[in-house]
Design a protein around this ligand. Structure first.
Ligand code: CA
Length: 226
């Protein structure tokens, strides 16, 4: 049975979610502020977290940022308003998905199922360390190093690099990257892939004077480096 942690300070919403998720057969814990939420995420070890953005004590963004140092727990962020910059920030800080309030419970339940499934799949594949020349990516430790020196990557950069390294020597399309790295909800705009490829090149190719990520015209990208 999957465990879901709800971090939400609006009691009515928290209670509503709790009842719905219990009804679906999940084990549920709730926290009413960011600090308690972070503690429960680390001690109770849920399989997925629903995290409100605006919280007392610690904001949802800050909870995300701190949690990502120790855990790859799937996080669905709730935003009160349709604010693009908050969403992008949440995703940059490591949230896997977001929903804008008010939301349809069926849609949230569907995203929870996707989040849990993706996590199980990546959990199985997480065992092996990926290497290419001086570059090493350790999924279990969530660490990327160059000649043993740690590189600082955001969660999305890490996920993208992991996917590319897993498909070393293969051309992967932007659409495949979008659906496999970002999830179905991000469909429609493949620009985000190009943006994150730039971030990775800026952190790996440029500082070390190498070319690991190649542009394949009219297709997408290929990781190739020994
Ligand atoms: Ca709130």
């Amino acid at each position: 049975m999957s465990r879901i942690l709800i971090v939400e300070d609006e009691r009515k919403i928290a209670r509503f979610l709790e009842l719905e998720l219990l009804h679906e057969g999940y084990e549920v814990e709730t926290a009413g502020d960011g600090r308690t939420g972070l503690e429960k995420a680390l001690t109770w070890k849920p399989d997925l977290m629903i995290l409100d953005l605006m919280l007392p004590e610690l904001s949802g963004i800050e909870v995300c940022r701190r949690l990502r140092h120790e855990s790859d727990l799937p996080i669905i962020m709730l935003t009160a308003k349709d604010d693009v910059s908050d969403k992008v920030m949440g995703l940059d800080m490591g949230a896997d998905d977001y929903m804008t309030k008010p939301f349809a419970i069926e849609e949230l339940l569907a995203r929870i199922r996707v989040g849990l499934k993706k996590h199980r799949v990546s959990g199985v594949a997480a065992a092996s360390v990926l290497t290419a020349g001086a570059l090493t990516l350790d999924p279990a430790k969530y660490a990327v190093t160059w000649e043993g020196q740690p590189l600082s990557l955001t969660k999305k950069e890490f996920d993208l690099l992991k996917y590319l390294m897993e498909h070393k020597g293969q051309a992967v399309t932007r659409d495949a990257l979008l659906s496999d790295v970002w999830g179905y909800d991000y469909a429609g705009d493949t620009n985000v892939v190009d943006v994150y490829i730039r971030y990775l090149r800026h952190k790996i190719d440029e500082p070390f004077g190498v070319k690991t990520i190649h542009t394949i015209r009219a297709v997408g990208y290929m990781f190739s480096y020994e």
